[in-house]
Ligand binder design. Structure first.
Ligand code: P6P
Length: 332
């Protein structure tokens, strides 16, 4: 079967989607190039001494960066030159990143986690890049924080790159979810998972049970439901948790089930989420809903949450519609 490249796929979708323009397609091209550059370094992480301390000078006489700093700098450098963006926000940067005026600027806003789960690099476990794309909503010359603090249902595209045994790109522009696998021999992402759909319910639940003592009672009951045979399946689910959101989410998308990072209560009454709304929960919620799944913060739909702060954190329950509904019966 002749493989469809991501470039062809984008152009096919550009024709179908009135919203997509050449500028938007160019934006995705540059995002894909960034993913290839990051993938190359991730796959050689242990060799290039890109791990560990910063400040060292490697054999090429280059300043050695930690891999997540490297991924962040690749994305910022490449994407500010895409001509499509006016503003960026990164999990690694405290403030928003306006595209400098010396570059051609566009109307899109890119929010990303350059290398999520980077602590797993040292033990060769999957890591990923997560991205979310909005259209700016302010009209002044300079973009503003309001262009970033938009609810997830306004995203025009979202997705992730998973650096694992193979490198995969999974994205949606609101017309389904499509997965591409990088063929390193030709350096091209090839369509490997067209029109991805999450199973109605799955066989895995994915949560860090080490936090159980810090959960509230409804959360404990929800997680116990998946551990027990009194669930809809009449048998316990299997537990899977690698501690890398993109890896845990991708497995949930393919096999079904639920991933949860519930509120943890370090102090009584002060329950907090860990995952970031803008660069983790909202983009993955867009993907999962486009694949037929659901994503909530334990009460509300993730895509309807209006961010108040750039690095706002939320609890996350995401996965197969029946499994998320079952968990919500306990949470509400
Ligand atoms: P914990 C990685 O640091 C991360 O941000 C996500 O990729 C992952 O899902 C989560 O944190 C793991 O957190 O507390 O279980 O180690």
């Amino acid at each position: 079967m002749s493989q469809v490249t991501v470039t062809e796929h984008l152009l096919i979708h550009q024709k179908k989607s009135p919203a997509a323009s050449g500028v938007f397609t160019q934006l995705l091209y540059d995002l894909i190039l960034s993913a290839k550059l990051i993938s190359r370094s991730v796959s050689k992480a242990g060799l290039l001494d890109v791990l560990g301390e910063t400040g060292e000078i490697n054999v090429q006489g280059e300043q050695v960066q930690k891999l997540d700093e490297y991924a962040n700098s690749v994305l910022i450098h490449r994407m500010e030159r895409s001509g499509a963006l006016c503003l960026m926000a990164s999990e690694e940067n405290a403030d928003i990143i306006p595209v400098p005026e010396r570059f051609t600027r566009g109307d899109y806003v890119l929010i990303f986690d350059p290398l999520d789960g980077s602590s797993n690099i040292d033990v060769n476990i999957n890591v990923g890049t997560i991205f979310s794309i909005h259209k700016r909503i302010t009209s002044a010359a300079a973009p503003a924080i309001e262009d970033v603090l938009q609810p997830g249902y306004r995203q025009v595209a979202a997705g992730y790159v998973l650096y694992g045994p193979s490198t995969m790109l999974v994205y949606t522009t609101g017309m389904g979810v499509h997965g591409f696998t990088l063929d390193p021999s030709v350096g091209e992402f090839l369509l490997s998972h067209p029109d991805m759909r999450i199973p109605e319910s799955g066989k895995y639940y994915s949560v860090n049970e080490g936090n159980a003592a810090m959960w509230d009672q409804p959360t404990r009951e929800a997680i116990n439901y998946f551990k027990g045979s009194e669930n809809r399946r009449g048998q316990p689910y299997s537990s899977r948790y690698v501690g890398s959101l993109v890896g845990d989410f991708h497995r949930t998308l393919l096999y079904g089930g639920i991933f949860a990072y519930p509120k943890v209560y370090q102090k009584p009454g002060e329950g907090k989420g860990k995952l970031r709304l803008l660069c983790e929960a909202a983009p993955l919620a867009f993907v999962v809903e486009q694949a037929g799944g659901k994503a909530t913060d334990g009460e509300r739909r993730i895509l309807e949450l209006v961010p108040q702060r750039l690095h706002e954190r939320v609890p996350l329950f995401i996965g197969s519609p029946r499994d998320v509904d079952d968990a919500m019966r306990f949470m509400k």
